[in-house]
Design a binder for this molecule. Sequence first.
Ligand code: FMN
Length: 311
Amino acid sequence: MKPHTEIYFAPLQGFTDYVYRNFYAETFDGVEKFFTPFLRVEGGEVRRKDAVDLEMTANRSITVPQIIANCSEDVDILAQLVLNKGFEHCDINFGCPFPQQTHKMRGAGILPHPDKVAEVLKAAAKYPELKFSVKMRLGNTDKTECLAIVDILNDAPLSFVTVHPRISKQMYSGAIDMAMFQELTSKINHPTVYNGDIATVDDIHRITSQFPNIKAVMIGRGLLANPCLAQDYMADGNSGFDVKIYMNFINNLLHGYLAQYDNSEYMALDKMKTFWAYPPLGVNKKHVKDIQKSRTISEFVMKVAVAVNKL
Ligand SMILES: Cc1cc2nc3c(=O)[nH]c(=O)nc-3n(C[C@H](O)[C@H](O)[C@H](O)COP(=O)(O)O)c2cc1C
């Protein structure tokens, strides 16, 4: 039997914080690495929230803090934080499409500036005790921007490069450019990882058959919607949805967020509702709306149980 391709949990700002990642890893199998939402420097310092997220991470050997930077000074500050908190691996974000970042030549905004890409990777190379990887788009405004930085990527000591085959204005929807993914990854000498629009076990098989040489597939929204997806794939299942395990996970998350928000039911409930931006496949829209209108935690849990019961 063909060996399984590794599954990585994509970084999702606002979703995959330490509470989510810790409870996810406790509940489900199948995910090899978890990426944190990107850490950034603001006013010359690490954001407090970002430092706390690393501090509270339970599984440091399988967690990859992600950083966003456009200069060697910021790489220094962030790489030292990652090392000091006991992590072995750090991912560099060359893919964020949001104008707040791209306008500062950060995220995908750095892609049209090979000199800046080289500066960031050179700064990273000063920390050989830390493994580095890159997560990127094809380009900021043009899909060929990625080709102009291939040599710089190849010269850097990277563990792998993850490619989300879109450009910034597409954000997270619209056509994925598989031909360009193929072209770019054939030129990158490092192992490569595919990311984008994987929602089912069949999607994983489709990508791994089309690109048999990839090191891993990175999944974001598909795992939020169906947290069993990675373990189903590893167990050769087919996107089954285990209601009991799911409800247990929901209850654990609720307790985690209650603890994080000093027992504020209002804040914990608000947080839990945000996950319903990515409901499990097959839940009807009426149930989703109804869940988002819940006024108490017990009402929320009851409505979620009803919505997922028949999946
Ligand atoms: C709400 C949201 C937050 C995201 N935050 C980050 C982030 O912090 N760092 C990053 O590299 N990508 C981020 N992404 C992009 C995802 O990691 C991933 O590349 C994208 O969702 C496509 O993969 P998917 O189709 O499997 O979700 C974010 C995406 C979404 C929808």
